[in-house]
Design a protein around this ligand. Structure first.
Ligand code: KG4
Ligand code: ZN
Length: 333
């Protein structure tokens, strides 16, 4: 059987990435150009700046990705591109590039959902085995998904307000940590004690999540302490916040695993890099005999290899897109 080579393009937020993946799992190249350094001084992603930066680097990345893989565009079986959800101006840069290459070279085009991409990052580590539960936790998304087969997503629950990563970033700002704050809180949490009482929303209430109350509780507690001249160690607040987030994420995920009676759990998205979450899930899954997969850090955060992997399975199913493909900011899974 001849191998299928997918060129992946990802520009949904502040990472420009181009990757080449063989047969849905073998990474031949995965170039990621992060704009974090540019957005840092604003404390968050500035959409106009993001799309302009994507335009500036995308052609160079394409060349780099092809060089790394020692391939030419003529060797590519299909182009997989993220068309949502994300920042519309950013999405359009990737979609326009993908359509241009597809049209010029006559290469099939496959539109990929960014969240599906995060899930398929796991296929780059180990072949997905169904049925499975996927926990997607990133700066923009918190979703618990049941999958019976490739590209069959049943969203069991999602966040009603802030995404888990968003809560991390906002709490980090309150604690005067740099952007994006997730990794900094994770690090501080290890040095502190979870002694501060914080809420765990919707704990025994279905699969939806809510993190804005927790975020506000942290902000208020810090504010009130300051007013009273009391001292709260950042380490203790980080540890307490992280414990609250991990409690909720792990309890709902395990409930889904048990109710759906699956043996496979996969985790994806930037927050999957979190040490507290990883170690708690690992411990619980060992106890319960659940097969747990979490991609390494560089595949947890936004990258095009995961888009190429998701696109591979759409390509095989014949689910191709045409040149009318457009970016959709609020694309559901
Ligand atoms: O998946 P991603 O790169 O972008 C989105 O699609 O949103 O996720 C970025 C998010 C940020 O909110 C960042 O703070 C968070 O992932 N993050 C972490 C950690 N590393 C990254 N959150 C908690 N602990 C970490 N170690
Ligand atoms: Zn993402």
């Amino acid at each position: 059987k001849e191998s299928v080579i997918i060129l992946g393009i990802e520009t949904s937020c502040d990472e420009t990435s181009i990757a080449i993946v063989q047969d849905g799992h073998k990474i031949l190249s995965n170039i990621v150009s992060s704009q974090i350094a540019i957005h840092k001084r604003f404390g968050g992603v500035v959409p106009e700046v993001a799309s302009r930066k994507h335009v500036e680097v995308i052609n160079v990345l394409l060349e780099e990705a092809l060089n790394d893989a020692k391939l030419k565009l003529g060797d590519i079986s299909a182009i997989a591109v993220t068309y949502g959800p994300g920042l519309i101006g950013s999405l359009l840069v990737g979609v326009a590039a993908a359509k241009a290459i597809s049209f010029a070279k006559g290469i099939p085009l496959v539109g990929v959902n960014h969240i599906a991409g995060h899930i398929y990052a796991n296929n780059l580590i180990k072949q997905l085995e169904f049925p499975l539960i996927a926990l997607v936790v990133s700066g923009g998304h918190t979703e618990l998904v049941y999958m019976e087969d490739h590209h069959k997503f049943e969203v069991l629950g999602m966040t009603r307000d802030d995404a888990a990563g968003e809560a991390y970033d906002k709490v980090a700002r309150t604690l005067e940590l740099p952007y994006p704050g997730g990794p900094y809180i994770d690090k501080l949490a290890k040095e502190g004690k979870a002694t501060i009482e914080l809420p765990r929303a919707l704990m025994d209430n279905g699969y939806d999540f809510s993190f804005s109350g927790l975020k506000s509780a942290v902000i208020n507690t810090m504010h009130n302490a300051k007013q009273r001249g009391e001292y709260i160690a950042k380490e203790d607040m980080a540890a307490s916040f992280q414990e609250a987030v991990v409690d909720v994420l792990v309890s709902k995920t395990l409930k889904a695993v048990q109710e759906k009676q699956v043996k496979n759990l996969i985790v994806a998205g930037g927050v999957a890099a979190n040490q507290g979450l990883r170690s708690r899930l690992k411990e619980k899954c060992e106890q319960l005999g659940i097969d747990l997969t979490i991609p390494p850090l560089e595949l947890c955060t936004d990258n095009a290899a995961m888009i190429a992997s998701a696109g591979y399975f759409s390509y095989l199913k014949g689910e191709w897109s045409n040149l009318e493909l457009n970016g959709i900011a609020g694309l559901p899974l």
